[in-house]
Design a protein around this ligand. Sequence first.
Ligand SMILES: *Cc1c(COP(=O)(O)O)cnc(C)c1O
Length: 225
Amino acid sequence: MAVDTQAYRKISAEARTHGARLVAVSKTKPVADILALYHEGQRIFGENYVQELVGKQPLLPADIAWHFIGHLQRNKVKSLVPFVSMIQTVDSLSLLREIDKQARKVDRVIDCLLEVHIAREDSKSGLDEGALLSLVEQVRAAPADYAHVRLCGLMGMASFTDEEEVVRKEFQKLRELAAQVRQRFTELETSFRELSMGMSADYGWALEEGSTLVRVGSLLFGARS
Ligand SMILES: *Cc1c(COP(=O)(O)O)cnc(C)c1O
């Protein structure tokens, strides 16, 4: 089995030391690998593909907290909402509206993170600073329309580079943006606290820069093919 339980223990302890939580990113990995980490005590797993997640979820323990971390299309929201614990990749108001609408139908409130574009590559999705503030403003202007979603913080992916300064600056940018949101929208001051940043290559820097959720896949489960 490719699951590295030694790495798991080390990384989850590091996260805990920093007051952060580990999201074990299990996309493309079989149920048996997820169970192996579950038996080590891991409870939060991250997945990127709706079909894959919807297929695996019923085969695994019900107390797993599933975080959706992939690009999410509106027409797929409905199948996630009955069981997902957090959607980390909200990048538009229309997506947030759809999450609220579907969550309302099943009488749930879904924790959401707003995905911000912090990398220098164009390919990575997410809101820019202006779009982020405008989205939060629109939610605040119509709270009854968003009663079934909870804005919990920000998510971002750093540039694909081993230049430490570049990556740290991007994490700092995300942390500053979250602080800006809390300052500007004081009703979010206590609830808008999550900063999902850091992956296998950069989770150590992310923890030092204030990450509360590190999303680690390949170091735990081995390389994806
Ligand atoms: C796949 C993925 C990860 C995990 O990446 P690793 O480099 O394998 O740790 C983290 N975040 C997102 C958004 C991902 O798509």
